[in-house]
Design a protein around this ligand. Sequence first.
Ligand code: 5GP
Length: 142
Amino acid sequence: MSDTIFSKIIRGEIPCHRIYQDEWVIAFLDINPLSRGHTLVVTKEPVATIGELSDKAAAGLGHALPRICRAVMKATGATAYNLLQNNGREAGQEVMHVHVHIIPRYAPGGGGEESGLRVAWRPTRLDQADGADLARHIARLL
Ligand code: 5GP
């Protein structure tokens, strides 16, 4: 995979407001935050999507994430947060290097600003026959 801006941040070639790093991840503030405290947790393994991660890198990400979430919440006083993880251009991914967004959410009048995140959630109804086929198909591929 080609070098990304996040690889440059990992190597220290581009500055960031760093929060945490260990063998597997680095976490820093997003340069264009959707809310105060918007944080990116970036894998040091340089792959584009979560399905390409090695088991060890995935475990490292999963291990670090809850602790970073707790610290972001405590530091900002946010009352909730969204985790957003885009995989591929059609999903809105711009930097092709695995990362999880931690986006703090603030109660109205709670001291933080309204988040810039809007989730347009338009559910459909699961087709039972297709669902049965699809679930079996996915399960066979695991
Ligand atoms: P994506 O759309 O790929 O999920 O999100 C990429 C995120 O990386 C965006 O929220 C963008 O603001 C952030 N970003 C891009 N370049 C930089 C940078 O150089 N420094 C920091 N701190 N964040 C960046």
